[in-house]
Design a binder for this molecule. Structure first.
Ligand code: NOJ
Length: 546
């Protein structure tokens, strides 16, 4: 990697789901004080930056993705002054800070929405959101057939007869991005936080801001696995071309500030080409590559996703990013530990297919980590992934909090299983998540068998997932071949992925059912499991110096 390339082209960014990372004040919910106390851990892990899920003032209908005030920190998490201290201290540790920004919608308690409710139909206050009259004689039918990502219709009717749009929960009304005031306000919010030192933003639902002006009904639905190549569909509210104007303006805002500030888009696009459109030189810097996360544990599938991603992003000069888990999807050891062709993603009902073989899942997860961290570009690590945490699949129904659970009429358990507070130390809950003498239990119960998965238990144990990540992240930082750049596929039998990076690095992943002899090398840098007699076992990976 060129020493002058900006940091975001190769960064490993650790995702802090703030509610569940570390609880500093003992109320059972993670907070800024908790993050500050764990900066030494993050430094020793070897990450370049942290992305923090929304910390703004919020009634928490969607755990912070319903923002009531973008210039305030929610009291559950801390204060703006504490956020400033965190940013400073993280920088002292050599860690950059990227908050989440949520431009598609606000909370229904946001001052703008409250004003819109008070001002009534036809008022300018309502123009900042998407209000419409209903269909049918008495307007009692929603304005169109759009559905909420959390289940049910995307429209809610007010007592005054008008309907408002919410692509997520009813407490998350969609903003109208055709309105100049909305655009000005978000540019001002970006400046507010950039001037407090943040290094960038993760943009929530980056592909959803612009709606077709006529709000037509949805196009015909296609079945997800119909075997046809996925093609872009002109959709009335996802990934509309006009959204790029918004990001061109945001790029200009980022460029007003010194240092390399950068954006990462949460954009779900139909094709790599469509995704690449978000990361042009005058647009955003990077975008999550969900195709990698959704690929199955299959050599052909993975290689196709890797090649397509590198080709398309490379064609616009953007680095790829790689991600295996986040706060919306089933943790990958649990996905990999079952015989399924496809991984579960947000908004698809979670139906575990068959019994879980967690040992297999973790073996694959370890190999996947070495593959991901060897690929050109940047990578994301979701908190707890470095501990090998599985999905918590047996949370009792009465503790479930994800709005998906209610909105789906209790048919979809939602995303709480990947959001359980992470274990730091000790033999029993709260496993060091909350301080001694905490007044409340963790907001979601932690499994009774997590003692062996704590940071404390894994630290110094060479065979642990934590030490694998730590070693891989440190090697990745030091090795001149890793991070930004290109790769070459090396000859390997079906079922084995072997990729070379210059200078002198090879990553081999054995996805076949047979042991595979390590190719020629000068030394073995790291393996995801024990290698005996020079043979890489099934579901293992190795980093080699050549
Ligand atoms: C995507 C976020 O990752 C998810 O957690 C949230 O529920 C939706 N956007 C709505 O903001």
């Amino acid at each position: 990697m060129s020493p002058t390339a900006p940091w975001w082209r190769s960064a490993v960014i650790y995702q802090v789901y703030i509610r569940s990372f570390a609880d500093g004040n003992g109320d059972g919910v993670g907070d800024i004080a908790g993050i500050r106390s764990r900066l030494p851990y993050l430094k020793s892990l070897g990450v370049d930056a942290i992305w923090i899920n929304p910390w703004y003032k919020s009634p928490m209908a969607d755990h912070g993705y319903d923002v009531a005030d973008f210039r305030e920190i929610d009291p559950l998490f801390g204060t703006v002054a504490e956020a400033e201290r965190l940013i400073e201290e993280a920088h002292e540790h050599g860690i950059r800070v990227i908050p989440d920004i949520v431009p598609n919608h606000t909370s229904d308690r946001h001052a703008w929405f409250q004003a819109a409710l008070a001002a009534g139909p036809g008022s300018p206050e309502r123009e900042r959101y998407v209000f419409r009259e209903g269909r049918g004689e008495d307007g009692s039918l929603p304005p169109n057939d759009w559905v909420s990502c959390f289940g049910g219709p995307a429209w809610t009717r007010l007592p005054d007869g008008e309907w408002y749009l919410h692509l997520f929960a009813p407490q998350q009304p969609d903003l109208n991005w055709q309105h100049p005031e909305v655009r000005r306000e978000f540019e001002s919010i970006l400046r507010f936080w950039f001037s407090r030192g943040v290094d960038g933003f993760r943009i929530d639902v980056a592909h959803g801001l612009i709606k077709h002006p006529e709000l037509p009904d949805l196009p015909a639905r296609r079945e997800p696995d119909d075997g046809q190549p996925w093609q872009h569909v002109d959709h009335p509210h996802w990934d509309r071309d006009e959204v790029h104007d918004v990001y061109r303006a945001w790029r200009r805002v980022a460029d007003e500030f010194p240092g390399d500030r950068s954006f990462v888009a949460e954009a779900w696009a139909d094709t790599p080409e469509r995704l690449a459109a978000y990361v042009r030189e005058d647009g955003l810097h990077t975008a999550f590559n969900f195709d990698f996360l959704m690929a199955s544990w299959d050599p052909k599938d993975l290689r196709t996703v890797i090649d397509d991603s590198l080709a398309m992003l490379g064609s616009v000069g953007a680095p790829a990013t790689w991600v295996l888990s986040n706060h919306d999807v089933v943790r990958h050891p649990s996905r990999y530990g079952r015989k399924v062709a496809r991984r579960w993603v947000a908004n698809e009902r979670y139906e575990p297919a068959g019994p879980l073989d967690l040992e297999l899942g973790i073996r694959r997860a370890r190999a996947a980590a070495l593959l991901m961290l060897a690929l050109p570009g940047g990578a994301y690590v979701y908190q707890g992934e470095e501990l090998g945490l599985p999905e918590v699949e047996d949370l009792p129904e009465d503790v479930l909090q994800d709005p998906v659970w209610e909105r789906s009429g209790h048919t979809d358990r939602g995303r709480d299983g990947c959001r359980v507070p992470i274990p730091w130390a000790g033999r029993r809950a709260p496993y060091g998540f909350s301080p001694e003498g905490a007044t409340a239990a963790p907001w979601l119960p932690q499994p009774a068998d997590w003692a062996s998965r704590t940071v404390e238990a894994q630290t110094g144990d060479e065979t642990s997932v934590l030490e694998l990540y730590r070693t891989a992240l440190h090697l990745r930082r030091e090795h001149p071949a890793l991070g930004d750049g290109t790769l070459t596929w090396l000859d390997a039998p079906e079922g084995v992925l072997a990729l070379g990076r210059d200078p002198g690095f090879v990553c081999v992943v054995n996805l076949s059912a047979e042991p595979y002899p390590l190719p020629d090398h000068t030394s073995v840098l790291l393996t995801s499991g024990p290698v005996e007699n020079g043979l890489l076992a099934p579901d293992q990976a190795a980093w080699l110096a050549v």
